[in-house]
Design a protein around this ligand. Structure first.
Ligand SMILES: NC(=O)c1ccc[n+]([C@@H]2O[C@H](COP(=O)([O-])OP(=O)(O)OC[C@H]3O[C@@H](n4cnc5c(N)ncnc54)[C@H](O)[C@@H]3O)[C@@H](O)[C@H]2O)c1
Length: 503
């Protein structure tokens, strides 16, 4: 199969995955694991960007009090400063596009067919250069969208300005208050003469708002696409209580999300974020990674690659065995907390590192979190009278004990790679392509194909997402011969693995 040719020539039918192989979640076990992994309801991670934010970021005027217009006269948006920032944001988006081949290939293949024509999508995601590429792709595929940020700290203001300038109703700025956050989302959901029929969510807040406050609007929704552990967990709760009235696709647990975003993104960005914030030399340092799921595996492997001595903590015997057989010492945190130089949490759980642990860490120990919520490290317990805090750099605090012992806390316990480094665009392209395909699938599915339940991406779509990213890596797939396909009982065009296959 000539992949590069396929990338250029795939016809519309390539986007039709009608021989559905969806694996319906969730088993009781999966539910239990979701429950364990659930983070705090609202996302509170911060997100740094390399892009220009402009001097107006320093002023205190709320964007809500500053009515602005884009160059075509529209004021249907609310961003920090459209005029000063949009050109910088556009540059950021263009840079991201260069590393997002899959989503751009999808845009090119489907732009004539407009598979999202008449889709009216409420989006609630981080707003950065990479998600902007996704948003503009959805528009190119025919959708009309209204968008808000899923996180009050993560918006790249310049990117939001660039989106507003091209007419996308976007309501987001970095440093929103909690009240701003819900106001922005409300502006997306409840808009005159615009009736949403799809939701693209990251964390479940758009779904929750619509379900709770606008039940009539919610009834018209054809499908929900959710990418986060938290949001997926909330969807399963709705299913459990019989309150989910529309089909949803859980992108978070699709192979092309979990094995790529969680693993490769973490593998790349843990080093980057530690380096940028602390200038640490890794070789010879002792590190403990709490949790050996996809994120923990990525972190542990890349830190070892730099010459660190890596310990792992786990609650699950399977993951613990994996860690042991990958050559890591599996320990309890208590056993090594005095000797390690770096502590990384990646569990999706809460209070994995508590005050007792931090009381025993050696001076200079770096403590950071890679999990979704800021509750993995009990940061609240560090806000006590006997400890002093010194902000030494952006996102870097020294927490000092009375005897002078100091721990170095990164990003106040929020997602360190999002706070202290940037996200690899390539891996976001993989997730974004999966999100776009999930929207296309749910929007175009004939009545009855999906019930009011949570589904995984059909296997064929996962394979398609991966195939979109092969040409840029100059990867050449081997094609099954007829004889081989018969021998394995496979269709030559896939799917190539059963739904239960673990990659
Ligand atoms: N930083 C990022 O860029 C990024 C990317 C994707 C996901 N995430 C987040 O990272 C977290 C982990 O994601 P994942 O895909 O690896 O999840 P996962 O469920 O595959 O792995 C988490 C592991 O932590 C273990 N665990 C739970 N409680 C523990 C405890 N008290 N001590 C030790 N181990 C414990 C679990 O057994 C599990 O193996 C989630 O919150 C997820 O949302 C972050």
């Amino acid at each position: 199969m000539n992949i590069s040719k396929m990338a250029l020539e795939t016809p519309k039918s390539d986007l039709d995955f009608s021989d559905k192989q969806e694996a319906k979640q969730p088993s009781a076990l999966k539910m239990a694991s979701m429950t364990r992994r659930r983070s705090s309801a609202a996302s509170t991670c911060s997100y740094s960007s390399a892009c220009y934010t402009g001097s107006s970021d320093e002023d205190n005027v709320s964007p809500r009090e500053n009515r602005q217009r884009n160059s075509t006269g529209s004021s249907d948006f609310c961003v920090k400063n459209i005029n000063a920032q949009q050109a910088f944001g556009r540059r950021e988006i263009e840079i991201a596009e260069k590393e997002m081949p899959g989503i751009l290939a999808l845009r090119k293949r489907a732009s004539e067919d407009k598979p999202l024509k008449n889709a009216q999508i409420v989006g609630c995601t981080h707003i950065n250069a990479q998600t902007a590429v996704l948003i503009e792709t959805l528009v190119e595929l025919g959708a009309s969208v209204r968008w808000a940020a899923c996180n009050i700290y993560s918006t790249q203001n310049a990117v939001a300005a660039a989106l507003a300038e091209v007419g996308i109703p976007i309501f987001a700025w970095r440093g929103e208050t909690e009240e701003d956050f819900w106001w922005c989302l409300d502006k997306c959901v409840n808009s005159e003469n615009w009736h949403p029929n799809m939701i693209l969510d990251d964390g479940g807040d758009a779904t929750h708002l619509m379900w709770k406050k606008y039940p009539i609007i919610f009834k018209a929704i054809k499908g929900i696409v959710e990418e986060s552990v938290t949001g997926v967990h909330r969807l399963y709760q709705l299913v459990k209580t019989g309150k989910l009235t529309v089909p949803a696709i859980n992108v978070n647990d699709s192979v092309t999300k979990a094995r790529f975003d969680n693993f490769y993104n973490s593998k790349d960005s843990i080093l980057d974020s530690l380096k940028r914030s602390t200038d640490i030399m890794f070789a010879g340092k002792q590190v403990v990674v709490c949790g050996y799921g996809d994120v923990g595996k990525g972190c542990a492997q890349s830190l070892r690659g730099q010459g660190c001595i890596v310990y792992v903590t786990e609650i699950d015997p399977i993951c613990a065995l994996q860690a042991s057989m990958d050559g890591f010492r599996v320990v309890r945190l208590n056993e090594i907390v005095r000797q390690v130089d770096i502590v990384v949490t990646a569990t999706g759980n809460k209070n994995v590192v508590n005050r007792e642990h931090m009381d025993r860490m050696k001076s200079g120990c770096i403590v950071c979190n890679m999990g979704h919520s800021n509750s993995e490290i009990d940061v609240n317990s560090l806000h006590s009278a006997e400890l002093s805090w010194l902000r030494v750099r952006s996102q870097v605090d020294h927490v000092i004990w009375p005897d002078g012992r100091t721990i170095i806390l990164l990003a106040e316990g929020r997602l360190v790679n999002l706070a202290c480094s940037t996200v690899p665009s390539f891996v976001v392209s993989v997730t974004a392509a999966a999100q776009a395909l999930a929207l296309i699938e749910l929007f175009n599915a004939p009545v009855g194909r999906y019930k009011s339940d949570v589904y995984l991406l059909p296997k064929k779509m996962d394979e398609y997402v991966a195939s979109l990213h092969l040409p840029i890596l100059d990867a050449h797939l081997t094609e099954l011969t007829d004889e081989q396909a018969k021998y394995l009982g496979l269709n030559k065009a896939g799917p190539f693995k059963p739904n239960y296959y673990r990659y």
